[in-house]
Design a protein around this ligand. Structure first.
Ligand code: CA
Length: 250
């Protein structure tokens, strides 16, 4: 299997209407070996993205023509758009923006005002993670003992895909990471802190609600496949675990 090699000067798309912020971001990215592409509106960003797919996109939530969340959805719908990691820039006071952004499947968020160094570090982390994810070896679920029925989950690490009762799930990176952990050790209880540590590369700035938000969207996707089955258990005040006794057929 070939490991994707990042381009020498990865293109980073920046959708940000404040030129002062955009200038700073472009400056730090350029001096760190990236090729920034600045767009002041969502429309410009859509056009630039369609013309040449960037390695990563940084989206301001407050854009003049479309909000960053809507832009995110439209970018994701473009060819190859779902493979491009995206980071939201949000106002510090808007915790709700962060939760919405993560629920949509963004890879990270950065609160304004931010330090340019922090931004570059996050860009590097997210890019590293997406390259690593693309190169990840297939992860097999634990081999079932002879007497055990087959699991409803099947992980294909190479495609970063999980099948659930035969149906391929459309998961964001964090949802995928969470479900991989659960499926590999059914019954093991993970606290929110553990999940942040194990699934998020930069857990320091995240918070319990981040985990809860992703569990919620993950559950909704599982429920859409098998409405009667509740594969993820909540242990009040503790955390989450995969139910060990799942029916073999939905
Ligand atoms: Ca703005």
């Amino acid at each position: 299997m070939s490991v994707p090699v990042p381009a020498p000067h990865p293109r980073i798309l920046i959708a940000e209407d404040e030129s002062g912020i955009a200038d700073t971001v472009q400056y730090v990215l350029r001096s760190d070996g990236f090729t920034p592409v600045w767009c002041a509106t969502a429309q410009e960003a859509l056009a630039a993205f369609a013309q040449q797919r960037p390695a990563l996109a940084i989206l301001d939530v407050g854009l003049p023509d479309l909000n960053g969340f809507e832009l995110f959805k439209r970018l994701q719908a473009l060819p190859g758009g779902a493979d491009v990691p995206m980071i939201f820039l949000t106002a510090r006071s808007d915790e709700i923006d962060r939760v919405v952004g993560l629920e949509l499947g963004a890879d990270d968020y950065i609160a304004k005002p931010f330090s340019p160094r922090e931004l570059v570090a996050r860009v590097r982390t997210v890019l590293r993670r997406s390259v690593r994810a693309a190169a990840a070896a297939p992860v097999a679920p634990p081999a079932p003992a002879a007497a055990k029925p087959p699991q409803p989950f099947l992980i294909d690490g190479e495609r970063r895909q999980i099948r659930y009762y035969g149906r391929a799930l459309e998961l964001s990176r964090y949802e995928y990471g969470l479900l991989c952990l659960f499926v590999q050790r059914p019954g093991r209880v993970y606290t929110r802190d553990e999940l942040l540590e194990m699934v998020w590369d930069d857990p320091g700035d995240s918070f319990d609600r981040t985990v809860d938000a992703h569990i919620k969207t993950l559950r909704a996707k599982l429920k859409a496949v098998a409405p009667e089955v509740e594969p993820i258990r909540t242990l009040r005040g503790t955390g989450y675990a995969l139910n060990e006794d799942l029916p073999t057929a939905a």
